[in-house]
Design a protein around this ligand. Structure first.
Ligand code: SF4
Length: 283
């Protein structure tokens, strides 16, 4: 039993079969687990953008900030810098985070700000009834591309590896236990944690059969091996018929942006040295 009911009484308007339910349940279990360990949920903040995913802020009974489209990450960054004791979790959509808010995502990874970003990557704009997003496959037919998109999708894992994220994982909403473990790992990780979740949109991109035939848990390897992680991330390009690896792809322990910003008041010349000292403690 937990001290509070983690699900609000708000009417849930996600479609039946939507993968957002799985992400909500995974987060609820993680939060309940924290409370059972005696950790207060008052220090947890959930930030969302705009899209179907964002309704999770209405449905989970924790501190939350419903932000603007694409602006989830700057809000989360500000919260973390203002109060480094907070555990800040972002739920973003693929349109929200890989299109409108892409620059924020890249810079947050580059800075290694200590937040956790969960991307509900359904590969379609569901709330606006089915337009293509940056991860939609080549040839995707939707409201804005009736003849099929002529663009290749971005590979968000490669993008995050190139940008400097220090925890990179991929989960799938039909594998809730694993997803829960990946999100829990991201929250525990000190630094920028990124989890791309293959989230089924049951209404506008129902590809559960395609995923379920291809996903596998990738073999163990040294998670600090950047080249190996790049090769693993390139195995599937979000369009081909290749197998789709799930799990943690990369993990590295480096000083975080919030730790480095705490050094800012140092006298000129000392700040860089103190940041280098921080780095030396992690390698
Ligand atoms: Fe879920 Fe898609 Fe329905 Fe949105 S449109 S609630 S993503 S199934």
């Amino acid at each position: 039993m937990t001290g509070r009911n983690l699900v609000t009484g708000a009417q849930n308007t996600w479609c039946p079969g939507c993968g957002n339910f799985t992400i909500q349940h995974a987060l609820k279990n993680i939060l309940a687990g924290r409370e059972n360990e005696g950790k207060s949920l008052d220090n947890v903040v959930l930030v969302t953008g705009i899209g179907c995913h964002a309704k999770i802020a209405d449905y989970l009974n924790i501190n939350s900030f419903y932000s603007l489209h694409g602006r989830t990450i700057p809000v989360a960054t500000g919260l973390k810098l203002a109060n480094p004791d907070l555990t800040v979790i972002c739920c973003c959509g693929d349109g929200d985070c890989y299109a409108e808010g892409l620059d924020h995502l890249i810079f947050a990874a580059k800075r290694n700000i200590d937040i956790t970003v969960i991307v509900h990557d359904n590969r379609v704009y569901g709330l606006t009834t089915g337009q293509y997003t940056p991860t939609s496959p080549l040839g995707f037919r939707g409201k804005s591309t009736p003849l099929g998109t002529a663009e290749y999708p971005v590979n968000p894992l490669e993008l995050m590896l190139a940008s400097g994220a220090t925890y990179i994982a991929r989960g799938y909403t039909k594998k809730m236990q694993q997803l829960e473990s990946l999100i829990r790992g991201g929250i525990a990780h000190r630094g920028f944690a990124f989890i791309d979740v293959l989230q089924i949109c049951a209404t506008f991109f129902p590809v559960a059969d395609y995923y379920s035939q291809r996903v596998y848990d990738h073999e163990d390897y040294d998670l600090t091996d950047f080249s190996r992680a790049c090769a693993k991330a390139r195995e599937w390009d979000y369009s081909s018929d290749a197998k789709i690896a799930l799990g943690i792809f990369y993990e590295q322990n480096l000083p975080t942006f919030d730790e480095k910003m705490a050094v800012v008041p140092s006298p000129a010349g000392e700040r860089e040295q103190r940041i280098l000292d921080l780095l030396a403690t992690r390698t």
